[in-house]
Ligand binder design. Structure first.
Ligand SMILES: Cc1cc2nc3c(=O)[nH]c(=O)nc-3n(C[C@H](O)[C@H](O)[C@H](O)COP(=O)(O)OP(=O)(O)OC[C@H]3O[C@@H](n4cnc5c(N)ncnc54)[C@H](O)[C@@H]3O)c2cc1C
Length: 417
């Protein structure tokens, strides 16, 4: 069989959409078709419910979904972070069950990584898992857990061997959120939403079968999740014609797909600006407001467009090469720059409308929320400073910060220092 080309992929996706996109479907029926076709995650291998495409071809799939007015694959961290982590570290059984349930939207996952004393210093986390037969008892606290209140599962990292050095002795678990011993407390952000949460875990349980990537190998698995997070940023959004949040709690699965067309938020905060990305969105608003002839605004819009294109090319450079250090960190830094520029240009274009907020405000409040949310991406997935440290130490090979406790058992190292 000949290798797929841009033209062949475009015509195959168009033909598939003509047969399968149907506005009378429910969200779960549509996502099931999309997942089984391989178009939900086209960069994954065929045996992992994908198409084996590089990112350039996958972008064509997104474009065609948008052109057909179809909603994209499930929003949220399960699709963005857990799915690629399962592809890299999961057993065949885990892929057939956990991965498919993410791609067809039956499950929604949150990321139970950060703790009050472990954000940038993530390997300093203290949440512990104690063996009890073929189960583990979990105790600890997580924080900044985005969408914990909307998800049925979590990517949990917990310490399984305190005698091992800091980065060893950590295990990555699939964690059921709805069980005794789990308390979720929302934290209100300056957007007015309570997207993220504190999660208190006191005697909750996971099974041996919930381990992803092997006992005490959680640091490597967590780094795959973080690389996916960083690589996913900076590419300017999927461009789909709408989105919805998956899983049994959000309540979208049985609703008609038509309810979600045009929904740029997709259950998260902000959004990628849809077709044309953030620059395309602002160019449209500038035209509506007849500000598109202003030379200073035009310069800002051109800069934003250029940054978005560079982000797209950076994302294409990562295609299919399994790059986990360097480019994803650069992509994440670029995303921070792009969102800061978007904040400034959007504020200039919107003028006094920027002070109006909420669903009944101009732009349905979407641009205002993106602007208020703009500091967030420079922090999550590792702050800008942490990305620079990683680029310096691990991509460029510069000397590391001295660590007098390197190799010592975790239980003997200072905590929250
Ligand atoms: C919107 C949002 C959503 C989030 N969602 C999630 C989620 O779903 N799940 C999750 O687990 N976490 C989530 N986080 C948490 C995020 O990963 C952490 O906030 C981040 O890793 C920083 O950790 P910290 O807040 O503890 O800050 P700290 O680590 O205390 O950092 C404070 C400051 O010190 C700087 N700093 C720290 N160490 C160094 C160093 N070695 N060199 C140079 N500078 C340094 C940092 O850059 C920062 O400016 C989210 C955060 C935000 C803002």
């Amino acid at each position: 069989m000949s290798a797929p080309t841009a033209d062949s992929v475009r015509s195959e996706v168009r033909a598939w959409l003509a047969d399968n996109w149907d506005e009378t479907l429910s969200v779960s029926e549509w996502w099931s078709r999309l997942a089984l076709s391989g178009y939900a995650a086209p960069t994954f291998a065929v045996e992992d419910f994908g198409k084996g495409y590089h990112r350039g071809l996958a972008n064509i799939v997104s474009e065609e979904l948008a052109n057909a007015g179809a909603i994209g694959p499930p929003a949220g961290l399960g699709y963005l972070l857990t799915a690629p982590t399962i592809v890299s570290h999961g057993t065949r059984e885990q892929k057939d069950d956990w991965l498919l349930r993410i791609l067809d939207g039956r499950d929604a996952w949150c990321q139970l990584f950060s703790e009050p004393g472990a954000g940038s210093d993530l390997a300093g986390m203290q949440c512990k898992a104690t063996k009890d037969g073929d189960e583990w008892i979990i105790e600890g606290q997580k924080v900044w857990t985005s969408t914990a209140q909307l998800t049925n599962l979590g990517m949990l990292i917990a310490r399984t061997d305190p005698d091992a050095p800091k980065h060893a002795g950590i295990t990555y678990f699939r964690f059921e959120m709805d069980q005794p011993g789990v308390t979720i407390r929302p934290l209100r952000e300056m957007t007015g939403r309570a997207l993220f949460n504190e999660v208190f875990i006191d005697g909750a349980r996971v099974r041996d079968a919930d381990i992803l990537g092997g006992l005490n190998n959680g640091w490597a698995v967590a780094n795959t999740t973080l690389a996916a997070e960083r690589a996913g940023l900076g590419s300017g959004g999927s461009g789909a014609a709408g989105g919805a949040f998956p899983g049994p709690i959000a309540g979208n699965l049985d609703t008609p797909v038509t309810n979600h067309i045009g929904n740029r938020r997709g259950g998260g905060s902000g959004g990628g600006g849809g077709k044309g990305g953030l620059a395309g969105q602002l160019i449209g608003i500038a035209k509506e407001k007849e500000k598109n002839a202003d030379p200073v605004l035009r310069q800002g819009l051109a800069q934003l467009w250029i940054l978005q294109q560079i982000g797209r090319y950076t994302s294409l450079r990562m295609r299919g090469r399994g790059v986990s250090i360097g480019l994803p960190n650069v992509a994440k830094l670029m995303m921070s720059d792009m969102l800061r520029l978007h904040r400034d240009v959007a504020t200039s274009i919107m003028g006094p409308d920027m002070m109006l907020y909420g669903d009944d405000a101009p732009t349905d409040g979407v641009v205002q929320e993106q602007v208020i949310f703009s500091p967030g991406p420079a922090i999550y997935g590792g702050t800008d400073q942490v990305q620079r440290n990683i680029i310096g130490e691990r991509a460029l090979g510069l000397p590391k910060e001295p660590d007098p406790f390197k190799g010592k058992p975790f239980k003997e190292t200072p905590k929250n220092a």
